[in-house]
Design a protein around this ligand. Structure first.
Ligand SMILES: NC(=O)c1ccc[n+]([C@@H]2O[C@H](COP(=O)([O-])OP(=O)(O)OC[C@H]3O[C@@H](n4cnc5c(N)ncnc54)[C@H](OP(=O)(O)O)[C@@H]3O)[C@@H](O)[C@H]2O)c1
Length: 273
């Protein structure tokens, strides 16, 4: 009895990663996207799934959360898209998913999630908070999501990336983090500083893994109409479909030369730090 229970448990433990990967097709490239339940992340998941890639679409939302309904809808049409729960501030949760897929080569890791609001109005209200009204708990959360989140993901999934064919880590940053060409005045202090921190981490990470053939790229748009109260054309924004398609093209064409620099997928230019 004990032996049977022991071996049953052992097979559950050892077969779990295989079961997790059952929906994914061996031989097809795999992309993992954070913050894939809305905005750019959702559209990236849709377009990669339409191209026949294996997609690990991650969201901090639970399986029945209405905020992930659009992602579940894509999954119904594309069984090779799996949804995993990842809050990028939760190291244990990230490591759990990395362990679940421990045998899977991960071609492209897109660190897309960011502490941004669902509407432009709410985002602007947050970006316009002046220095003397900074809520430091909120600031800590922005750093945990925007700066440390991609590093937590890179640390946990680096073994998967290293054993893949494409070996690309793509960190989505923002002009807000730029010293050379940032947001006007003192707009978006927490967001800007957290993205500047992400930029610095990414450059150092790029150096750390360059010799092993891993590309760590920073990418940013100028403006993508991802918010419920925005439309393409507004203040120079491109549509979310166009933004995702341009980013995927950039990732396809990425070489070691893109590692440690900021590529703007809207303009096609290299942006200053
Ligand atoms: N849109 C632009 O014009 C623009 C410009 C420059 C840079 N960017 C960058 O592009 C990326 C995507 O932006 P977007 O406009 O598509 O944003 P978005 O539509 O607001 O989506 C942000 C995503 O991040 C997720 N997220 C937030 N906190 C998280 C956490 N702790 N763990 C996991 N996921 C979390 C959100 O999930 P919930 O639904 O659960 O909140 C959502 O899925 C971001 O890195 C952003 O900084 C965008």
């Amino acid at each position: 009895m004990f032996r049977r229970t022991f071996f049953a448990l052992l097979s559950v433990v050892t077969l779990a990663p295989l079961a997790a990967q059952a929906a994914l097709e061996a031989g097809s490239p795999t992309v993992l996207i954070t913050g894939a339940n809305r905005g750019l992340g959702l559209e990236l998941a849709r377009q990669y799934a339409e191209r026949g890639w294996n997609v690990i679409a991650t969201t901090r939302r639970s399986a029945d959360d209405p905020g992930a309904a659009a992602l579940r809808e894509i999954q119904r049409e594309h069984p090779r898209l799996v949804i995993e729960r990842i809050d990028v501030t939760d190291t244990a949760m990230i490591r759990g998913v990395a362990e679940k897929y421990r045998d899977l080569p991960l071609d492209v890791l897109i660190n897309n999630a960011a502490a941004v609001e669902a509407t432009l109005a709410a985002d602007l209200a947050k970006l316009n908070v002046p220095y003397d009204q900074i809520d430091f708990d909120a600031a800590l959360n922005e750093f945990s999501v925007n700066t440390l989140g991609p590093m937590r993901m890179a640390q946990a999934f680096m073994p998967h990336v290293k054993r893949s064919q494409h070996k690309k880590i793509v960190n989505v940053t923002s002009l807000a983090g730029s010293f050379g060409r940032g947001f006007p005045g003192a707009m978006g202090m927490n967001y800007g500083a957290s993205k500047a921190g992400l930029n610095k981490y990414s450059v150092m990470l790029a150096d750390a893994v360059r010799e092993e053939g891993v590309i760590v790229a920073l990418v940013q748009p100028y403006f993508v109409a991802t918010k419920a109260d925005m439309e393409a054309g507004q203040q120079g924004a491109i549509s979310v479909e166009e933004g995702a398609s341009r980013l995927i093209k950039l990732i396809d064409e990425m070489t070691a030369a893109h590692s440690g620099i900021i590529s703007n997928f809207q303009t096609g230019e290299t942006d200053p730090f």
